[in-house]
Write a protein that binds this ligand. Structure first.
Ligand code: 6A9
Length: 783
């Protein structure tokens, strides 16, 4: 009985929030408390859309399609790599007031801009301006349908106002958070030369059971019964929203208002959409036309000035094109911030089946708008390194949101899939988060930045905000430290082990360690409790070091943290645990054999008459030599961690080996950055299963290259035998990484998840303006 009781108590703890006061006040993101950040482009998973930082926001967005296309209906809405757009992304975005995005579709370009204006009690007004242009002039300029929509999400109501039977001129609405509001769709113009532009109008007024259904509803409503007729001799049938009958309801989902305004017009055109808040009474004029143009000019100017003040790229001699690239990288990080609300699904050892985590909000940047438009714990630490340079307040809010998601044990779900829209992007096998699983505590890199900012006497006003922030954060940081220190403890004192490695040793060439963030990077071939991981050890050095500083700053007892730091950072302990004399490298340790390979499974194939279907031959792992306890002989990012996180003292002889491995083209060096796994490693570029291509087994990743450049910079400024070597490598590596990412961006229109170590080409998901956008800090030499 006791065991059962304990089990259910532990199960409850898994989904019980941390008891200390939240870092964020309950109403901190409301229009009343934070009006300037209420509205934003917080829907990174759609090409263009806005919402408020509230749980059940009314959302606005844009879908579009090209008419008369030989390819049929190609409706664009959520960011999809399958859409094969030539490029899309924010060219400018200041994180608060405005953003300007460029989207290059087949033969036309859309520029989507928003500008906000504060006033009233509900977050004020905003205006969108969409400009459509031909990409290269041909005989038939494309005709585009823009579908602007407004959708409620169980809260509030919307009324469509129709003129001339088909044109939805404006929407009025009301919701708890927005009060009354009006959204006006102005008519398109063709620029100054042709103020009256021919256009066709359609609208849809219906209800939706959830925001994840909007694309399907629009698709289902399309009809071909309309005619586009700019002149008497031109009549062409086109596709437009028409009517939609929701399927009979078989669940109790609340239906919410959904309205769509479709305008069909030939490029070039310009269209504006105005959101006006009902409580904004003393509006001097409407934010449109020349007023908008002027405001935009002002905002762009101050954006450009602030960018140069912050990053000095021009002063450092970068070309105007390179500076524009830097701006795009930063802007996409800021424009990729989302506000999510919902529940994670979690699994603990004390449940037989997954259960819901408490509801929560998350304000976070995302790694990739198309492929992973949601929060990832260790990615976010890297994101905030860049964002904190631009807007420390934004960083505090993101960190606070993340830490407020901690449970009483000190666990934070690694991947945050909150709300219907986020969920709709994730295959079911990836949804459940296990309460044993960690992810690198990169937030301590951000906290380090905050401490450094406090150190500068010129930052007095920052100090006033940062100190109370750290104070509120502190109890959670303590629990977080304890959680890592106990749940991820290793087999020997002061050693650490990632939990949650793949269990099925038979199926994978090397069982993955998703929790480390380095997924398929080779570890011990046979996961066991005897393992110890050098990267986690180094992360713990960072955590204990920063926690010591914060405790000191706050006048809290720091001895325990300092003691941990002194112990873990001791270079001889580190070497005892992780240095392999044989390999001359830092390594993991565990039950390991190198003699593994993937082989076709031998299956019995029945004789022909009995054969219905050929059995699928799987690849399975064959182990030619039994594993034993030993150092894991892999050379790559994991071996570099004592250097990457600057645990090694500048006089450490180990640095000599590390710098050699780094500069060796047969190992880690490429003209495009450091590859993740040595070219000479047996696992280099090997698949893990027949479906699982190599990921962290050779490709170049920018978060780690950022840490490498940063570490070289560090060692180049510390007296020691390797100072000069570090300085040389610093210049070389920095130049290589910058040149390649920039070149790839110019050639492909995107920033990528990883880069090929053999050609430098972008690979994986795109746009990926998560940690790859750290290139801005590398250009700026801000570490
Ligand atoms: C797959 C597929 C539409 C993998 O950037 C986020 C993470 C990193 O934290 C991690 O270090 N990425 C890196 O190894 C991407 C993970 C995506 C997992 C979900 C679902 C969606 O299909």
């Amino acid at each position: 009985f006791y065991a059962l009781y304990m089990r259910s108590a532990m199960a409850r703890r898994a989904v019980t929030r941390h008891p200390s006061p939240r870092v964020l006040d309950a109403n901190s993101t409301t229009a009343a408390v934070s009006p300037e950040r209420f509205w934003g482009s917080y829907r990174p998973h759609v090409y263009f859309g806005m919402k408020t930082r509230s749980p059940r926001s009314v959302v606005t967005g844009l879908m579009w399609m090209r008419q008369f296309s030989p390819k049929g209906v190609e409706l664009r809405h959520t960011c999809e790599q399958g859409d094969k757009l030539h490029s899309y992304g924010w060219l400018m975005h200041d994180g608060i007031n405005f953003g300007m995005q460029q989207i290059k579709d087949s033969d036309f370009t859309l520029t989507t801009t928003f500008v906000k204006r504060l006033g009233g009690e509900h977050g004020g007004d905003w205006t969108w301006r969409i400009i459509g242009k031909e990409r290269s002039s041909g005989p038939n300029a494309p005709v585009i349908s823009l579908m602007f929509y407004v959708a409620a999400d169980t809260q509030g109501s919307l009324q469509a106002h129709i003129e001339n039977k088909t044109r939805l001129s404006h929407v009025t609405g009301t919701s708890e958070e927005l009060g009354e509001f009006k959204i006006t769709f102005s008519k398109p113009t063709g620029g100054a030369a042709s103020p009256n532009k021919y256009a066709s109008y359609n609208y849809l007024q219906t209800q939706s059971p959830g925001l994840n259904q909007l694309t399907d509803i629009v698709k289902n409503s399309l009809s071909y019964r309309f005619v586009f007729s700019p002149s008497t001799d031109q009549r062409r049938p086109y596709i437009a929203v028409d009517t939609y009958t929701p399927p009979p309801q078989n669940d109790n989902r609340i239906q919410s208002d959904f309205v769509v305004h479709q305008v069909t017009v030939q490029v070039p055109f310009q269209i504006e959409v105005l959101f006006e808040s009902g409580s904004f009474h003393d509006r001097p004029n409407q934010l449109k036309g020349s007023v908008l143009t002027e405001e935009l000019t002002r905002l762009k100017l101050s954006y450009n000035e602030k960018f140069e003040e912050t990053f000095s790229l021009q002063a450092k001699g970068f070309t105007p094109d390179q500076v524009r690239f830097g701006k795009a990288a930063l802007s996409n990080m800021l424009g990729g911030m989302g506000y999510f609300f919902g529940q994670s699904v979690v699994q603990s050892n004390y449940h037989d089946y997954p259960i819901f985590y408490p509801e929560g909000a998350l304000f976070t940047a995302v790694p990739s708008r198309s492929f992973f438009p949601r929060g990832f714990l260790w990615d976010e630490g890297f994101h905030q390194l860049l964002i904190s340079k631009w807007d420390p307040q934004l960083t505090r809010e993101a960190v606070a949101h993340w830490l407020d998601l901690m449970n009483v044990e000190g666990w934070i779900p690694r991947e945050q899939i909150l709300g219907d829209e986020a969920l709709s992007k994730v295959p079911s096998e990836f949804v459940v988060q296990h309460t044993e699983n960690a992810n690198p505590p990169t937030f301590f890199l951000v906290l380090e930045k905050i401490l450094e900012q406090l150190d500068k006497p010129t930052n007095a006003p920052q100090l006033q905000d940062a100190l109370p922030f750290l104070r509120r954060l502190y109890p959670r940081l303590q629990t977080w430290f304890d959680w890592y220190n106990t749940t991820q403890a290793g087999p020997l004192p002061n050693s650490y082990r990632w939990r949650g490695r793949d269990k099925d040793t038979n199926r994978f060439l090397n069982p993955k360690t998703l929790t480390s963030g380095l997924d398929d990077y080779p570890r011990a071939s046979h996961p066991s409790e005897d393992e110890r991981h050098v990267d986690l050890h180094c992360w713990m050095v960072l955590v204990s070091r920063i926690l010591t500083s914060i405790a000191r700053l706050l006048g809290e007892p720091h001895q325990e943290y300092e003691h941990t730091y002194q112990t873990l950072s001791n270079n001889s302990l580190l070497s005892e645990l992780h240095w392999s004399e044989q390999l001359h490298a830092f390594c993991d340790y565990g039950n390991h054999t190198q003699a593994v390979s993937l082989q076709q499974e031998k299956v019995f194939v029945p004789p022909r008459p009995m054969r219905q279907q050929l059995p699928v031959k799987r690849l399975v792992r064959s182990v030619r030599k039994a594993p034993k306890l030993q150092y894991v002989n892999a050379l790559g990012y994991v071996s570099l961690f004592p250097f990457l996180l600057q645990v090694l003292t500048p006089d450490s002889q180990k640095l000599e080996y590390i710098l050699k491995d780094i500069r060796d083209p047969a190992r880690l060096w490429t003209p495009y950055g450091l590859r993740s796994l040595s070219r000479s490693d047996p696992m280099y570029m090997k698949r893990n299963t027949e479906h699982d291509a190599p990921y962290w087994r050779g490709a170049i990743w920018i978060n780690i290259n950022y840490l490498a450049v940063r570490a070289l910079h560090h060692y180049s400024r510390k007296q020691g035998p390797y100072q000069e070597k570090a300085a040389d490598l610093y210049q070389e590596l920095r130049t290589n990484v910058i040149n390649n990412i920039y070149k790839q961006y110019q050639e492909t229109g995107y920033i990528w998840e990883q880069y090929s170590d053999s050609t430098g080409r972008g690979k994986g998901s795109h746009p990926f303006t998560g940690w790859s956008a750290l290139i801005v800090l590398i250009m700026a030499e801000e570490y």
